[in-house]
Design a protein around this ligand. Structure first.
Ligand code: RP5
Length: 162
């Protein structure tokens, strides 16, 4: 497989079930990815090393998922020039509202593109769209994906009419 151009990071391996759909979406578009556990709180130096080296290693987008006091996406965004997509994880308490607010309320100057609570698949699809802005093959693939999505909705509506 080619060198990864999207980095998936998460605060704990327990986040992987939420993040795996991001990897699956990237794979559907033949976008090479890597995944690592990088915690803002438990492994802060590892997180900084990852963020500071990401662009130089050839990554072009980072997807970061975490739950609770979910500082990982924002801290990664603070230490890399790459676009960062944040994925809030719903934990047992507060239903992910804590994670969402921790990720989305970034100070001016340090953007994180936050997807919905538990929105791993959309994070992968958003990464594909970011890459597609400068890649004709990917843009055509995104357009096919959108056409297929619309067709699937119409097909389900047709099925209801019987
Ligand atoms: C966060 O704490 C992680 O991103 C995870 O969402 C949550 C719980 O982690 P574990 O206790 O399951 O390792 O930092």
């Amino acid at each position: 497989m080619s060198d990864p151009i999207v980095g998936i990071v998460m605060g704990s391996d327990s986040d992987w079930p939420m993040m795996e759909p991001a990897a699956q979406a990237l794979a559907e578009f033949d976008v090479p990815w890597e995944a690592h556990v990088v915690s803002a709180h438990r492994t802060p130096r590892r997180m900084l090393d990852y963020a500071e080296s990401a662009a130089g290693r050839g990554l072009r987008v980072v997807i970061a998922g975490a739950g609770g006091a979910a500082h990982l996406p924002g801290m990664v965004a603070a230490a890399t020039p790459l676009p960062v997509i944040g994925v809030p994880r719903p934990l047992d308490r507060l239903d992910g509202l804590d994670s969402l607010l921790s990720i989305v309320q970034m100070p001016a100057g340090v953007p994180v593109a936050t997807v919905s609570i538990g929105g791993g698949r959309n994070a992968g699809l958003l990464a594909v769209r970011i890459l597609a802005a400068g890649d004709d093959r990917l843009r055509a693939a995104v357009e096919r994906f959108q056409a297929d999505l619309a067709a699937s909705v119409v097909a389900r509506d047709d099925a209801l009419q019987q």
